[in-house]
Design a protein around this ligand. Structure first.
Ligand SMILES: [Zn+2]
Length: 255
């Protein structure tokens, strides 16, 4: 059994065939799917999908750094209110992204740290998005309280130093997605510095399809290719990758 710990199945890309996508995931052994929220506007779609497939889809709540606008404080109030209205398994996805927009670092940081404090208050793990901003994200984690937080650094593709720093955050796991199967993935050279019991698998569907599906719409069933690549990198059996990463996800997200 595998758990896709980060997948955006409520996006338009799945409007036509979501039931088939979920059936293929379950068929491939990917029987639990964790869905991070993106913005206030996506909350109804996220909740509706999780209500439709309650044994498979589990929602997270948060606001994504690339959706932070001048009105982010008002958006945060909506997110906080949503957290009171049903059970969410995590805060996500939250973080800092300096690839798309460097001009809102201040706002992104405030929104990120506010949501990190909620995760402490509500005792929920966090799914963290970071792009060209690992030092800033680590700074916020330490500021809010690294020992009180737990979560995943989602879609890790950072440098050796950044991996080592991330591993020092004892309550945090490293999320591995399709890019681990790409030829130019430098981080594969030092990934094994992270023991298998610090990794979880993700798809980030509909994005980042693993080889041999690269270029197509990604979906949870394809996560098996990512697991196979990890078995190759770690020199262990596919079964060991599946057992260990599933156990890691179950422990972190209390599944
Ligand atoms: Zn995501």
């Amino acid at each position: 059994m595998l758990i896709d710990t980060h997948t955006h199945l409520f996006e338009d890309a799945f409007d036509e065939d979501i039931a088939e996508v979920i059936a293929r995931a379950v068929e491939a052994g990917v029987s639990k799917l964790l869905l991070p929220n993106l913005e206030v506007a996506s909350i109804p779609r996220l909740n509706a999908l999780c209500d439709r497939f309650p044994d498979v889809c589990f929602p997270m709540m948060g606001i994504h750094p690339t959706t932070i606008t001048a009105d982010f404080r008002r958006d945060l109030e909506h997110i906080r209110a949503a957290l009171e209205q049903r059970k969410y398994i995590a805060i996500g996805e939250v973080g800092i992204d300096l690839y798309w927009d460097k001009s809102r670092l201040k706002e992104q940081t405030e929104a990120f740290e506010t949501q990190l404090r909620w995760s402490v208050e509500l005792d929920l793990p966090v799914s963290i998005h970071t792009r060209e901003a690992i030092p800033q994200v680590l700074e916020s984690l330490h500021k809010v309280g690294i020992d009180r937080l737990r979560g995943v650094l989602h879609c890790f593709t950072g440098s050796r130093n950044e991996l080592e720093e991330a591993l020092r955050c004892k309550n945090f796991l490293i999320g591995i997605d399709g890019p681990v199967t790409y030829k130019k993935a430098d981080f594969v050279d030092y990934l094994t510095l992270a023991p298998l019991d610090r990794l979880v698998l993700e798809t980030d569907a509909p994005y980042l399809s693993p080889v041999p599906m690269r270029g197509k719409r990604n979906e949870p069933a394809y996560m098996v290719y990512t697991a196979q690549k990890l078995a190759e990198i770690y020199g262990c059996s596919l079964d060991e990758v599946m057992r260990t990463t599933t156990k890691n996800a179950e422990t972190l997200f209390l599944l």
